[in-house]
Design a protein around this ligand. Structure first.
Ligand code: SAH
Length: 241
């Protein structure tokens, strides 16, 4: 059903406004999805809800859509933030895609002592987040930050947002129990393949806004830990309830 095609656009959305697609979007609509003038499409921009639009002009590198009617209000609750040490490329792509599907509202790559990978490609990760948001019918796209380092992340972290540090050494509290006591605005911090160093864990234990949490007795891959923490959160206090 062509109306199932959803595109994230950066322009304001309102009744009878026209929206210009980017060249990539025009290519996707025309060449990949074989759509043409008159075909319906759903648009969202993270602010104005979701609108049904119609393609009014299409050629190889441009497409224009006319907004017809609103299909959904912008009612989405902002989800948790996820700070994570980037892992090998496909692993980071996986984290971005799954965290988007699981409702994260902000993705923050952070270099910890044992992080092996170089800088992340923010533009590429943002494109992954957009694609995942379009597919899973979100009304917003998580913000993806440039990679930072642990010192900066902790220095800039808002003190009123509890940060759950995923501690693979078993030193943390069970996440489901902790989640039930926290408010809506939280964050998770997940380490790299090499895990957190003892001095990092000691530092977390001393910071008032950080709570070490455990995801059980098995050592999970970072990708699994990100996905599991967000899933527990959504199931206990988030929008899966
Ligand atoms: N190489 C390390 C494991 C790192 S796993 C070791 O062998 O000990 C990567 C990250 O996933 C960890 O830093 C932690 O943040 C998270 N993680 C993995 N298993 C976890 C668990 N059981 N509880 C909490 N966090 C976990």
């Amino acid at each position: 059903m062509a109306a199932g095609i959803r595109l994230y656009v950066d322009s304001p959305l309102g009744a009878s406004t026209a929206v210009e697609a980017t060249a990539d979007q025009a290519h996707y609509l025309g060449r990949v999805m074989r759509l043409g003038v008159g075909d319906p499409i759903l648009l969202f921009n993270g602010r104005d809800g979701e609108w049904r639009a119609e393609i009014t002009r299409m050629d190889k590198r441009t497409a224009e859509m006319a907004i017809r009617e609103k299909t959904r209000d912008q009612t989405e609750a902002a989800g948790p933030w996820l700070a994570f040490a980037p892992v090998k490329k496909t692993g980071t792509d996986f984290i971005v895609q799954k965290a988007t599907e699981l409702g994260a509202s902000r993705l923050m790559p952070v270099a910890t002592a044992n992080t092996q990978t170089g800088r992340t490609n923010t533009a590429r990760l943002r494109a992954q987040a957009v694609e995942a948001a379009e597919q899973c019918e979100r009304l917003s796209v998580p913000e993806v930050s440039d990679m930072t380092d642990l010192d900066t992340l902790l220095a800039d972290w808002p003190q009123d947002r509890p940060l759950f540090a995923l501690d693979e050494t078993g030193g943390g509290a069970p996440l489901a129990a902790i989640a039930a006591t926290a408010g809506a605005a939280v964050g998770f911090l997940v380490g790299p393949e090499g895990g957190f160093q003892a001095r990092e864990l000691d530092r977390f234990a001393k910071l008032p806004f950080i709570t070490p949490v455990t995801l059980g007795p098995r050592i999970l891959r970072a990708e699994t830990a990100c996905l599991a923490a967000l899933s527990v959160w959504q199931a206990v206090v988030g929008d899966w309830t």
